[in-house]
Design a protein around this ligand. Structure first.
Ligand SMILES: [Zn+2]
Length: 63
């Protein structure tokens, strides 16, 4: 069970100008990403993206 992190949904392509939530680098348009939503405000989920393939920086493994 993951707590305090995003629930990654499916692999897709990010809109132009999005950044990877893991490495904070700009996502290239041809890079597959994993999409998630996070609710900063109730009822207003915001999409976030993370590299689905190789992420340039190592990530902290979820506990
Ligand atoms: Zn990344």
């Amino acid at each position: 069970m993951v707590t305090g992190t995003h629930d990654w949904e499916y692999v897709t392509y990010a809109p132009r100008g999005e950044t990877c939530a893991a490495c904070l680098r700009p996502v290239q348009q041809l890079d597959p990403v994993r999409r998630a939503t996070v609710e900063h405000q109730p009822g207003r989920p915001q999409a976030v993206y993370r590299h689905a393939g190789t992420c340039p920086l190592p990530q902290v493994a979820p506990a």
